[in-house]
Design a protein around this ligand. Sequence first.
Ligand code: TYD
Ligand code: MG
Length: 490
Amino acid sequence: MPKPSREHFFCSACGHESARWFGRCPACGAWNTAAEAPAATAAKGAKGARAARARWTPASAEAPAGPRPLANVEVSAAPRRPTGLGELDRVLGGGIMPGSLVLVGGDPGIGKSTLLLQLARSVAGAETGAPKVLYVSGEESEEQIRLRASRLGPVPESLLVLCDTDLEAVLEAASAVQPDVLVVDSIQTMARADLEGGPGTVTQVRECALALLHFAKGSRTAVFLVGHVTKDGAVAGPRVLEHMVDAVLYLEGERYQHYRVLRAAKNRFGSTHELGVFEMSEGGLAEVANPSAAFLSGSNRAEPGTAVVASLEGTRPLLVEVQALVSTSFYGTPQRVTSGVDGRRLAVLLAVLERRVGLRLGRHDVFVTVTGGLTLDEPGTDLGVALAIASSFRSRPLLPRTLAVGEVSLSGELRRVPRLDARLREAAQVGFARAGVPAAQAAEGEGAGLEVVPLGTLRQAIETLFGERVTIGTEAAEGAPVVGPAERRA
Ligand code: TYD
Ligand code: MG
C-alpha cells in the first residue's frame, strides 16, 4: 500500500529539510526561506532513495554493499586533464578531474562564458578520438556562441553545442554524446518540465544541479556549471548548490578594468588559496604571465602613502601596491574606509600605530585601497599597510623600490611570515632593491637578490625605511617621539 504522500519543505538558504512549512528555518534562522520540495522527491520512499543511490555511480553495482576496509578501495588512475589554461589548472588543483562538478560564479559580463568556451575549445581537439566537449547554453544562440568562439581562435571538430533550457533534453543529449567535459551555461536557465516553477527558482536550480551531479558521477564526465551571483555576491539559488558541487570558483574583477582574478571558494580536489590572473583582451581571457608587475602601478618613483606588499596567494607570492590617504577629519567620527583590506585589521594597525609608534591618527580620516581590485587577507601584508598609512600621515615617501613584509603584533613587534624567500625572490625579479623583513627571519632572505633590512618592530621599520629625511612623531604628545637615528643624536 502506498504511503500517504507527505508535504516536504526545505530551506533555500541552508538546505535544512522539514516535513512542515516553517516561517523561520530552525537550522540557520533565516526567515522566509521555506521552499516546497518537488513532488517526485516528496514521494521518494526507501525504494526511491535506493534508486537515487544507484544513479550515483553505475560502478556501485559491482561494489559490495556495506562497509569495507578503506584500504581495499581501489583508486582508479584518473589523470587530471589539463585545460590548456595554466592559470585555470592551478585554481582547479592541477587540471580537470573526471566526474567532478564545478560551479563557476561571477557577476554578469565578467567573462564566465568566455572562460568556459576557452576551456571547451582547448580541451576538445580536431583529430579523431580527441576529447569531446558539449557546451550547453540556455542564454545565447548557436550563432552567438559560434561568433564568440571564432574570436577565440579555430573551432575544433569535437566541440559540440546545444542551445536548450530543458534539462531532460540536455541530459539525453549528454548521454548520447558522452562528452568528456560538459558545460552548462547557466544553471539558472535550466528547468525540468515535470517540476513546478520556471527556470531560476530555488527548486529548479537545486533539482537540475542534483541531476547533473548524478550525471557527472555516473558517467565520469566533468561538468562545469555557470552560476549567476546575486547582489550580495553569493551564487543565486540555494546555498545547497555550493554543498553539492566539488568546487566553487569565482571569477572576479572590476568590470571596467581588464584584470580578472579566478579564485576557488571551495575545492575538494585542491587548495582554495590558489588564484589565477587573467586579462580580458580581444581574443578572450589571456593568462597574465607576470601578475606582480601587473598589480604594481608602474611608477618607479615612490609616492607618499604607497607601499608594496608581497601577499602569499596559495603557492605564489603576488606583489601588490597599497595606497593610503590620511587626512584631518572635520566631522565628529573620523572615517575609516577600506577596499581590499579588512576593516577590523585596519583598526588594529591604526591602534598599534597610535600607541606603539606615537602617530596621532585619532582625529584623521584614513582611506586604504589595494590596486588591481585584489583583497589582502594575509597577515604578512600588515607591515606594508601600516607603512603606507604612516607615509601618508607624514607626507613622506618610502625608500624607492622597497618591499615591506611582516605581520604586526599588538605590541608593535614584527612577526615571522611563511615563505619569506619566495616573496623576496618575486620582488627581486621585478626589480626591487631592498626589503624590510622581520629580524627573526632575516637570514632566510639571503640569496634572494636584494638588500635585506632586518626589522624588530614597526617603529624601527618607520625609522629605517623612510630614510634620513623623515622626522616622524615629533608632534606626538603621548609616548616617546619617533625620530630618525640622526635626529635622536642631535
Ligand atoms: P561573458 O563571457 O559573456 O560574461 P558572462 O558570461 O560572465 O556574463 O563576457 C562578456 C564580456 O567580455 C563582454 O563585455 C565582452 C568581453 N569580451 C572581450 O572583451 N573579449 C572577448 O574575446 C570576448 C569573447 C568577450
Ligand atoms: Mg554568459
